[in-house]
Design a protein around this ligand. Structure first.
Ligand code: 5AD
Ligand code: SF4
Length: 443
């Protein structure tokens, strides 16, 4: 590679989960500390960071086509310097370097604090790869936050030790680690100072978070939530994603004790059939999962439930798939994510017998999504007539229109004279398939 002028502007393109959004923001802040500014909307960036996801489908292929479009001038007039970050970088860093000469930097999700050093090299014309997994080191090395959206993310836990047989996360994000209580309290406070009114605590297994409070007592996620809830100016707390096996009494009870903790729980189940769950190495059953949800509903009857599903796991029969539909009928999710099984290289399920045909998966997914949309519509319809707080997040499509979130994480749109970051009382006049229409309640 030829030496080049240091980039003046950057753009981060995030794929995949909310943790990538958090990581993408942090990379942006690191670049800003180097004097590189975000490229204005619609203008070329000198440096493009592709922050990739490896969880499903042909994510890596998408990255190569993105790289192709960037270098051939299809995405922007001038080809930028390219960095590939995130989980594809972690899993396939060497291949990327070999296959895509236009890529200057490959940086794994645990190593992006070293981005500035890598950039120094890239400017000299040297290509740089860093996919080490030094666990917690990156958090300490990250710069201070400047400003933030009203709804901010805070990574409290990263990695996974569960090894569900379909999943790449334990390989790309590494072992479970929890960031220390005091660091998190401090970062939460800074987020609020920087404009956050809602904080979503993030982790691949966020409810596996553990630490010691300021008095040296062992605490779980509930302890952290109680502490963060004391921050003045912070109005809402959420957390995602949880694992059924890491739920403890304290976290369930927190939903009845902490007003700022929103009535929403994302708890993936993946399948409603015990044989499939076992083959997935989920170590919970459909029944134990349902019992857990019952306990949440007891302390917080209005809680909105959300989940993740995989259809067409190797060997899944029609009857086993029907069990998933039965579970959905029983739970009545407010909202959920569902996916066709996608074999991930290096995971045990990828080499299991009886991989399910694409057409079968598609049919099952359509049926499942039908049921989930039906329930989401019913949940939204039941919101009509309620009055609730809405945190204003952004402008809507039409002039004068605004979009925000209800306590139950529904998107609410309305008209009025408000600002991003306002918490406004809103009367819900209509529930739609994936949003609510509201009207501001005048004082
Ligand atoms: N195929 C399909 N879906 C998957 N997920 C994770 N791995 C796979 C895979 N190999 C889904 C799970 C998980 C969500 C983040 O992505 O439902 O909860
Ligand atoms: Fe993947 Fe299972 Fe870990 Fe979730 S719990 S990140 S699905 S291995």
């Amino acid at each position: 590679m030829k030496p080049t002028n240091p980039p003046k502007t950057y753009r981060v393109k995030n794929f995949g989960c909310q943790m990538n959004v958090y990581d993408g923001d942090r990379m942006g802040e690191l670049l800003s500390e180097q004097g590189i500014t975000p490229a204005p909307e619609g203008e070329d960036a000198d440096l493009v960071v592709l922050n990739t996801c490896h969880i499903r489908e042909k994510a890596a292929e998408k990255i190569y086509s993105d790289i192709g479009r960037l270098t051939k001038g299809k995405t922007q007039k001038k080809a930028p310097m390219i960095a590939v970050a995130g989980c594809v970088a972690q899993a396939e860093g060497e291949e990327i370097m070999a296959r895509a000469p236009a890529v200057s930097m490959v940086v794994g999700p645990q190593a992006y604090h070293r981005l500035p050093d890598m950039l120094d090299k890239a400017v000299k014309g040297e290509r740089a790869t860093d996919t080490d997994m030094p666990a917690i080191a990156k958090f300490g090395a990250l710069p201070k936050r400047r400003r933030t959206a009203p709804n901010a993310f805070l990574t409290v836990q990263e990695g996974c030790d569960k090894f569900c047989t379909y999943c790449v996360v334990p390989y790309t994000r590494g072992a479970e680690i929890s960031r220390p209580f005091s660091d998190l309290t401090e970062e939460a406070r800074k987020l609020v100072d920087a404009g956050a009114r809602e904080i979503t605590l993030l982790g691949q297994n966020v409810n596996a978070w553990s630490g010691e409070d300021d008095a040296g007592r062992a605490v779980g996620l509930a302890g952290l939530i109680h502490n963060i809830a004391r921050i003045d100016g912070l109005e809402r707390i959420r957390y995602t994603t949880s694992h059924p096996n890491d739920m403890d009494d304290a976290l369930i009870e927190a939903h009845g004790e902490v007003d700022k903790l929103m009535p929403y729980l994302h708890l993936p189940v993946q399948s409603g059939n015990d044989r499939v769950l076992k083959a997935m190495n989920r170590s919970h059953t459909a029944e134990s999962y349902l019992k857990l949800l019952e306990r949440f509903r007891k302390v917080r009857p209005d809680i909105a439930l959300s989940g993740d599903f995989i259809v067409g796991f190797p060997g899944e029969t029609d009857a086993e798939f029907e069990d998933t539909l039965k579970l959905v009928d029983e739970v009545r999710y407010a909202q959920a994510y569902s996916f066709k099984y996608s074999p991930r290289p290096g995971t045990p399920a990828a080499t299991m017998d009886n991989q399910i045909a694409k057409e079968v998966m598609e049919e099952r997914l359509a049926r499942l999504q039908n049921a989930l949309s039906r329930d989401q519509m019913a949940f939204n319809a039941a919101s009509a007539g309620k009055t609730c707080d809405v945190l204003v997040e952004r402008k809507g499509k039409l002039p004068g229109q605004w979009l925000g979130k209800s306590p139950w994480l529904q998107s609410v749109w309305f008209e009025g004279d408000v600002q991003i970051g306002d918490m406004v009382r809103t009367h819900i006049v209509e529930g739609r398939p994936s949003s609510l229409r509201g009207e501001l309640v005048s004082d």
